[in-house]
Write a protein that binds this ligand. Sequence first.
Ligand SMILES: Cc1ncc(COP(=O)(O)O)c(C=O)c1O
Length: 796
Amino acid sequence: MPDQTTPHPAPPGDVLGTPAPVLRPGQITDLLQTTWGLTAATVTPLASERDLNLLIGSRYVLKISNPAEDPAVVDMENTAMAHALRTSPDLPIPTVVPAANGTTVVPATDATGRACLARLISVLPGQSAEGQPITSELAGQIGALAARTSLALQGLFHRAGDRALDWDVRRAPAVLAAPGVLDAVGDLGPRLAGVLPRLAAAAEATGALPAGLNHADVTLTNILVGPGGVTGLIDFGDMHHTAHVCDLAVALTAVLRNTPGQQPIGTWELAAAVLAGYQRHRPLTPPEVEVIGDLVVARLGLTLAISHRLSTAYPDNRAYVGQYEAGARRVLPDLLDLGPGEVARRLHLLAGTARTGGPLTRGGAAATEGQGAPGSLLERRRRVTGGPLSPLFYSRPLEIVRGEGPWLFAADGTRYLDAYNNVAVVGHAHPTVVQSVNRQNALLNTHSRYLHEGIVELAERLLATMPDGLDTILFTTSGTEANELAWRMATAYTGGNAAIIAEHAYHGSSKWTTDLSSNEWPPGYRPAHVGTFAAPRTAAGGAGRQTASGRVAAAAVDLAAAGDKAALVLADPGFTSEGILNAPAEFLAGLVDGAHHTGALFLADEVQSGFGRVGPAFWRFAVAGITPDFVALGKPMGAGYPIGALITRREIADCLARDYEYFSTFAASPAAAAASLAVLDVLEQESLPAQAARVGDHLRSRLRAVAAQDDRLGEVRGTGLLAGIDLLVGPQGAPNDPEARPFARAVLDALAGHRVLAGRTGPAGTVLKIRPPLVWREEHADQFAAALAAALTDLA
Ligand SMILES: Cc1ncc(COP(=O)(O)O)c(C=O)c1O
């Protein structure tokens, strides 16, 4: 308040209650000359609530602090500006100009004899944003400025940051509750009185939120703008230690209550832009967003209260100290009318924190209890999704809302051991994957038609795991797409028109790959151009090299009889849909021989078995020592991000390239590549393939022990953490007997009852399938075996 001349006693530190310093012109020129060696051309007073700020020429501001100002606070401001410029040199904030003697702050005496501190600060270009039109672009820049300043200060400690300022939004409940304060703000007083408990709760909640030293006054008055947007942030005079979200609330409030006048966009567009700009630099957590609305209301309430107090104390300066009041009176009723719940809901939607899920936030017990009842999630799903075309697991479908490592959590909070999900190969919600994907998504997510380091690195790392000759990778979005692409290449390369698959194979969900999925064929269906071979089942008579190549040859002969020529032989080397078979190396080698003898190419479908599951090898085909012509990858590759791949030799890919280009929009987007690179990193760093081999062997030994006690369990098979066990109707039961299907379903349900989630596979769906995240350790295998034994007891 430069025009305030009458000093009156005020408690030390009470800068709002102490008149600003006053210096005569001669004092100013002397100070500039003796301290900084400057001859002032012009001296122009600048508005201030409590200090004397003078524009010196066009390059400097002479800042004489309020006599009641704590010197430690002035030191904190200077330290903070220097710190922020060191950590974030691009931040548009002023620098402090050292005096001739090297100090950044010097003592001065004002015209009334009061001791003050003086500083010289550089001038930044631009004009105050207060009262100017705030476009969404500018609002975004303001949000970004708040976040960047907060981040630049996050490593700074200064004991003066522990201070009580009435402008601090956390003090609003106390300031507003003081006698007479709300009475003085008119009709909004009672409404504010009604929300005081809520404001107090929000202030309390900030105690658990990320905090540090903050500028805490990133307002339109302190933001400078030019034609291109923000040019500066000045006035660190309100700095204090507080939750970062309080700092954001101050900036957001200023934008929303901008001095009246026609504004280009409305409240919620402004809020959206500020939050988006802020979150580009500092993502908010749901608890932070939850309190923003209340903190904005608190700040608006403070604006009214403090404006009234200062206007009364300094009536001559009313125009300046009361300038924010009208804006506050415009915005506050709107927010109070909407109500805190609705304001919070809108802010969560804008911030992207609306859909956080999780058993603690959803009140999900009702969702699980209300199975099938009208309005339940199950009923809603039935109404809108594919009905019987897209069935759920378990007779009592589960609503799973969260995962962590080997665990899945249902909406009612129940924790399940995951014995089924291979997509979460490195464990559910692995922080490395989450962090990599989030960071890439925040940076760029396009497609694979631009040069991108991550995509190329992924290609190089995957090819490095392959045998010599497999030198080319094409990214896809699924296993289906990888197999389809292989089919197109194989027909182009061989001139064939048919494929050979195992008798109970699964290779995908498109029209053609469903035809290549014999396990899915309806009774009596046999697609044209597809031959089959018997998988290496103990009962099927041998599993040697000759046997395998002979079976492929026989299928090729059948195809030839119909005028067809095989182009591609496909096999999942783990024979998962066949019931998880222990295919010997010779059998797999025989399949390759058979394919080549008949002029076809061989594809190892690693969609289920790959990515370290068999361990310690990365690929199931590698255990057999064979070299396929194609390797199809999918499922675990992006830990849930849709990415697959087809690996082959360049000469094969080139055949398709004679007539076509291949591109799939979402395949190997930068974020998908980041997900996949993170999967590779975790597999390597945590040695999960080796662990899978060890824990898988332990699991099978435990399963055999359970099977030895119960004649409804048959053979235990598998490699690494892919294990299967035949479920039988009883002592004389045979494997893969459709009669055992109800029992198999009951076992899955009973296991779920014992908090373990497994699956079924095999020609009749009677093989218990255990294919967990590779983070399983021995104790998880033990828990599974114990749950299986208990489930069998339940079903005895
Ligand atoms: C062996 C095998 N190949 C291919 C696929 C198809 O993969 P996607 O569902 O990603 O299309 C699957 C899926 O279960 C599979 O198990």
